[in-house]
Ligand binder design. Structure first.
Ligand code: GDP
Length: 300
């Protein structure tokens, strides 16, 4: 939590602290409620969730009467956690099945942090005593496979890669095959994400998944979204959700934005929970997403 707070606080204080200071005003008049609304909208919370939150806060503040700072903090914390939701299953399904490794596909637009996230996730799993195989199914950029392999060497996971420009689905298939042969616990498949060729991407991602499924079901399809891209990220999310069934969202670069509200917006948009957050470029900068800890980091 301390780490989460220090990573978020540089950029995100504006949301939590801003709301808290507005709520602490002696007179909560219409203008103040509008400012609260603006603060939430600026942080990319989205229109409907913002209205919902403001409505609930107004009602509860009225009932509360006089408010101590501690009461206000508690109230804001409760309502933000409620908004994010606590009943979703945010666990990652990365445990091997009886004779087969768990398979995780990592998808998203190039530049969002897919490869970095795959590397960080491998590190977490290896540190937890699991054996991990990486599949470099982004065969269109040679640099992508090199980057993944570098991560693999750094964290102690083998990387399966194909020829440059080769068939991504066959690399993914080989990676899972290798994982089975080695008795690995988890296979992480990094995929390509060139959104400008939407049809190509659709065909390709769908094919990668179908081909991998010849070995058995895919356990997780993680969609990586860059938190700094705001509403654009939501548009991307929709496109990917049309192609494959997303099981979890990874929100990256939360260390570089004051728009943490995107957590709320993207979950509403896809009906899929945020499972992990990226808090920097380093190997340890990936954290499980936990609403209470996240809100505590926001409010400080
Ligand atoms: P890909 O094209 O989706 O595979 O993206 P990369 O993994 O190559 O990441 C693109 C850039 O974003 C790299 O410079 C990463 O170091 C950086 N990056 C990835 N995740 C994070 C994060 O959580 N925080 C920050 N600040 N940078 C990140």
């Amino acid at each position: 939590l301390v780490r989460l707070r220090s990573r978020l606080s540089r950029s995100q204080n504006t949301l939590g602290q801003g709301l808290l200071s507005l709520l602490s005003r002696e007179h909560l008049d219409e203008d103040t409620w509008e400012e609260i609304e603006d603060t939430l909208l600026t942080a990319d919370v989205g229109v409907a969730p913002t209205q919902e939150l403001v409505e609930r806060l107004r009602t509860r503040v009225k009932v509360l009467g006089t408010r101590t700072p501690a009461e206000l903090r508690g109230l804001l914390r409760e309502e933000l956690v409620h908004l994010i939701g606590t009943d979703a299953d945010r666990s990652l399904h990365t445990h091997s099945h009886e004779e087969r490794p768990a398979v995780v596909m990592v998808v998203g637009v190039n530049g969002t942090g897919k490869t970095t996230t795959t590397g960080k996730l491998a590190r977490v799993l290896v540190a937890d005593g699991r054996s991990v195989v990486l599949g470099a199914a982004d065969t269109f950029r040679a640099a992508a496979a090199d980057q993944l392999q570098t991560w693999g060497e750094r964290v102690g996971a083998r990387t399966v890669r194909g020829p440059e420009g080769g068939d991504p689905a066959s690399v993914a298939f080989d990676a899972v095959k290798e994982g089975i042969a080695e008795g690995a616990d988890t296979v992480l498949v990094d995929t390509a994400g060139r959104l400008h060729t939407k049809t190509g991407l659709m065909d390709e991602l769908g094919k990668v998944k179908r081909v991998v499924e010849k070995h058995g079901p895919v356990d997780e399809v993680l969609l990586v979204l860059d938190a700094t891209t705001g509403q654009n990220g939501l548009v991307q999310a929709r496109v990917f959700a049309e192609v494959v069934d997303i099981t979890g969202i990874v929100l990256t670069k939360l260390d570089g934005t004051a728009k943490g509200g995107i957590v709320v917006a993207v979950q509403r948009e896809l009906g899929v929970p945020v499972k992990l957050v990226g808090l920097g470029e380093g190997p340890d900068d990936l954290a499980p997403f936990e609403p209470g800890a996240f809100v505590d980091a926001l409010i400080g």
